[in-house]
Write a protein of this length. Structure first.
Lengths: 517, 430
């Protein structure tokens, strides 16, 4: 793997390829919709693997990248609190040990923000050599904005096979901060060779590391498989394919939050790419895949709507005749869906398109090319964040991002701020963000109140009910300047209007929130 | 006022009281409830002396809505009452949430059947309607991803009540009333893509009982003569007991498959003592100077677990009449109202009081104060000082039959409730 990386590095560093890719990169995509690409780390020229991006409260951005230089490799988390204007690099994870013979690295699989504002990374740690590979899936959490991570869960898998074929599957956080994931692992040690497919979920409320060996087998299949999952309310959808062994794909779902799953549905169709699930909100859940001819270039992007029961007949999605690889997808609202996937024509491009009727071809498509498969997330206001790997550098592009929360305030708050809780209305948990400013702040020109501060401010946030009775204390401590997010769990409290009140020094602010059951 | 001979019906009155209290108190501990706005006392007069609404008689139609027993008592001597806030009350003013307001208005009508029927003792019937509105204002809607607004919604809660009451006067004055209440709560839209409102509609009932013992009248009745001094001055000793159980119903849910929350079912019991002097004039006992001390205790009849499950308590819950009302302690989540009122010539009323909440159940403690001005008292004063000043019969007619009342109440000594004020204008026709 390291050798492969070096070869690729050498090739991609040539001016010819770089120039070609830059032209492609900067061409049609810069139609005024997407921002200019922002390089995440100008110092780093040896990034590998697919970067992943997550968007959190206040528009904070976390990007996880694999760095694989000639001397070492590892996994970095970059975070931005100012809309991508600048990034802070956190502590490296899975740093390879000195010496040329062993391999050790990390592969980002997903990165999220939970409702309390913690950065949650789902990743895979690999080590071994060309002949024996070991992998450990891990979930790590950062409560300091992505600077340092603590492992909260892992399971180690031994895969005595050349290279690492353990893919990992989709992962998602539900509204209760439980992480759900599907893992594709392997058991080639005992014939016949098979893949074992694991589904698991657990809450992220533990501060200590939890080790899970021997997770129960969820599915087994012979040949390479890949999987995806999607959580919508209490329903967990999952899909996996049998790409290499036959032309089948399997779909199943759980309506009780992943406790029990309905019998899987087999879809006999020639696959050209791994299937993916997309939440189109009012338009339902889509199962998307490339289908068609025997080679990737012959396939077309196809979708099925997850219905009651089973799946709808397939229909073609999009105007382009062929795709390859995996469609990456995200949604913005009830009517517009955006897809990004690698196009077949060039093998280095993708398409981003929008359509108003999911059963009709898109009418408003834009296209720009990317080097690799991107990762994309969308925030609650429809802002899109796209990361790509290009010439061993990771770039961020944004679109439709609303920055009503001032980036400067988030990065270096100059005054006390109390933001609206989210979500609102809520049940039963909601997050409340606030900032504690640096000392020496000044009055605002508009005359609004500015805290009088010391470096450490005694801060309290108390919840009151409609009658003015104190019902919870979220914060009552001395805090350093910075951004904070606290979660109020209102389990056991009755529906109704409550107030949360921030008091810090002379600053007092109160906002309303609604608990609804 | 009619005075009946003592010996005939005391056991009957006692039996009625016992029966009514025993059969209407169906529950008993402490917990948070939905629709907490129903626990805000709307009484513009009672709020000035410790949120008193049960232990003192009132002819304010809004107060009758808060304690239905008032309506029965009202019907014995009055024909109509209407009351409205003159301005919406800013609720929790210290929070500086400008669009959070509380408002109330009410109508009540009563008739004493003994005016037309030959009855062994006066019986009055009353009916009333009231409406209470809590405008919760505009809320910012956010999604799960961050605090950026994605919309707004307007939330409000309201309660409409129809109250019926019956009053009986036989030595003691007894007023009973039942309120049939519909509460409607709208707390927000469902989602970004669905503008259906989150709302709850629930029906509930209240019951109230008020018993007055005009001690001097009773003594006069027993002795068979009158007690007078100076210029037809009569001492006033009025003992009043009140009992109210409110918000009896099932539960509240905002979603079809939501988690039910309890209604704020609560019980209130209180006692007041009025001392002073009345002057016997042609048609009425005119209260020249009286001073009233009152105390009420209330308990919310809910026990609630941390998981949200709940049960309604039976009976008086944790409320002990002797410990809380007589002893004057706020404990075991039983809250205490204390108040006083000084009446001068039925024209000026000065009031003060306090509300104390058990620490473990909210811990709110605040003071109340206020006053009332009554037109009938002014006219009666004019009638006594200068009977012919305005015109023959006009003054006495107004004094006897029409009353216009302005009430002001204010809370103080609480970080959030301090500054809350209630202002109401009422008209009473007798």
């Amino acid at each position: 793997m390291k050798m492969t990386s070096l070869i690729l590095h050498s090739a991609l560093r040539t001016n010819v390829i770089r120039g070609l890719l830059l032209c492609i990169f900067c061409a049609e995509g810069l139609s005024g919709q997407w921002s200019e690409p922002i390089r995440i780390d100008p110092r780093e020229n040896y990034m590998q693997r697919l970067p992943h991006v997550g968007v959190g409260p206040l528009g904070n951005i976390a990007i996880v990248c694999n760095v694989d230089s000639a001397d070492w490799c590892g996994l970095y988390c970059y975070t931005s609190t100012n809309g991508g204007a600048s990034f802070v690099r956190g502590t490296i994870l899975a740093l390879s040990p000195p010496g040329p013979l062993s391999y050790h690295g990390g592969v980002a699989l997903e990165v999220f923000y939970d409702t309390s504002g913690s950065v949650i990374m789902y990743w895979r740690e690999d080590w071994g050599d060309y002949y024996v590979a070991f992998s450990s899936f891990r979930v790590s959490r950062s409560t300091d904005g992505g600077v340092s991570f603590t492992s909260v869960w892992y399971n180690q898998l031994n895969c005595n096979h050349g290279g690492s074929l353990i893919q990992g599957g989709g992962a998602q956080l539900d509204s209760n901060n439980r992480i759900h994931f599907v893992q594709d692992t392997c058991d080639y040690s005992v014939p016949p060779e098979r893949n074992v497919f694991i589904y698991s979920k657990f809450p992220l409320d533990s501060s200590s590391e939890r080790e899970d060996h021997g997770l129960p087998m969820f599915e087994e299949y012979f040949g390479n498989i890949d999987a995806d999952l999607l959580i919508r309310g209490d329903t967990v959808h999952y899909v996996f394919d049998g790409y290499n062994s036959d032309s089948s794909m399997f779909y199943a779902r759980s309506t009780d939050g992943g406790i029990t799953f309905e019998p899987r549905v087999e879809v006999d169709i020639p696959l050209a790419s791994y299937p993916k699930l997309a939440d189109l909100r009012d338009n339902g859940v889509f199962l998307m895949y490339g289908s068609g001819g025997g080679s990737p270039g012959d396939s077309i992007l196809t979708a099925r709507v997850v219905g009651e029961p089973g799946l709808s007949p397939p229909f073609r999605l999009g105007p382009r005749s062929a795709i390859s690889r995996t469609p990456k997808h995200f949604v913005t609202d009830s009517t517009r869906t955006h897809l990004v996937y690698v196009a077949a024509e060039s093998e280095v491009g993708s398409i981003d398109y929008e359509f108003t009727d999911p059963l009709q071809p898109p009418v408003d498509s834009t296209f720009f090319s990317l080097h690799t498969e991107p990762d994309i997330v969308v925030d609650d206001r429809g802002g899109k964040y796209l990361v790509t790997l290009f010439d061993n550098r990771v770039y961020l592009r944004t679109k439709d991002v609303v920055t009503s929360v001032r980036a400067d305030d988030r990065a270096s708050p100059g005054e006390f701020r109390l933001w609206q809780n989210y979500p609102n209305p809520f049940n039963p948990k909601t997050a409340i963000s606030f900032s504690v400013p640096h000392s020496g702040t000044r009055s605002r020109p508009d005359g609004s109140r500015v805290g009088q501060l010391s470096a450490v401010s005694q801060t309290s946030i108390i919840i009151y009910d409609l009658l003015g009775r104190e019902v919870a204390t979220l914060v009552n401590e001395k805090l350093e300047p910075g951004m904070y997010t606290r979660t109020w769990d209102a389990s056991g409290m009755p529906s109704g209007v409550y107030f949360y009140r921030l008091r810090a020094g002379s600053f007092v602010n109160t906002k309303k929130l609604v608990l609804l059951r | 006022m009619r005075v009946f001979s003592f010996p005939k019906y005391p056991s009957l009155v006692a039996a009625v009281l016992s029966l009514v209290i025993a059969t209407t108190a169906d529950a008993n501990a402490q917990g948070q409830a939905a629709l907490p706005f129903l626990l805000i006392s709307p009484a513009p007069d009672g709020n000035s002396w410790g949120n008193m609404s049960t232990a003192v008689a009132s002819d304010n139609a809004i107060t009758m809505a808060a304690s239905p027993g008032q309506l029965g008592m009202f019907s014995l001597g009055n024909n109509f009452s209407a009351s409205t806030y003159t301005n919406k009350t800013a609720w929790l003013p210290a929070f500086q949430v400008a669009d959070l307001t509380y408002n109330a208005w009410a109508l009540a009508a009563g008739y004493n059947l003994s005016n037309d029927l030959s009855l062994p003792f006066p019986v009055g019937l009353g009916i009333g309607y009231s409406r209470i509105d809590l405008d919760l204002g505009t809320f910012i809607r956010t999604g799960s991803g961050g605090p950026e607004p994605i919309g707004t919604f307007h939330a409000y809660e309201e309660a409409k009540s129809v109250t019926v009451g019956v009053g009986v006067e036989y030595l003691l004055r007894l007023g009973m009333g039942w309120a049939f209440k519909d509460a409607h709560s709208v707390l927000g839209p469902v989602s970004v893509t669905d503008s259906t409102e989150f709302e709850a509609q629930v029906s509930m009932t209240d019951f109230g009982l008020l018993v007055q013992a005009p001690v001097v009248d009773i003594i006069e009745s027993v002795r068979g003569d009158t007690i007078r001094a100076f210029d037809n001055i009569k001492p006033q000793v009025l003992l009043t007991f009140g009992y109210t159980i409110s918000n009896r119903g099932d539960s509240v849910e905002y979603l079809a498959a939501g988690q039910p929350d309890p209604l704020p079912r609560n019980v209130t019991a209180g006692l007041s003592l009025e001392l002073g002097f009345t002057r016997k004039i042609a048609r009425h006992d005119w209260k020249i100077l009286t001073f009233t001390l009152a105390r009420e205790a209330e308990d919310i009849l809910i026990t609630r677990s941390n998981d949200g499950s709940f049960e309604y308590q039976s009976g008086w819950g944790d409320l002990s009449f002797f410990k809380n009302v007589i002893g004057g302690t706020a404990a075991d989540c039983v809250n205490l109202h204390r108040g006083w009122q000084l009446n001068v010539c039925e024209f000026v009323y000065l009031r003060g009081g306090s509300y104390a909440e058990a620490k473990e159940c909210g811990g709110r403690n605040y003071s109340t104060s206020g006053f009332a001005l009554r037109l009938s008292g002014l006219f009666r004063l004019v009638e006594q000082i200068a009977p012919d000043a305005i015109g023959d019969g006009v003054v006495s007619f107004v004094a006897d039959h029409i009353d216009i009342v302005y009430d002001h109440a204010e809370y103080s000594n609480h970080q959030f409730l301090g500054g809350t004020s209630f202002n109401a204008l009422s008209i009473v026709v007798r």
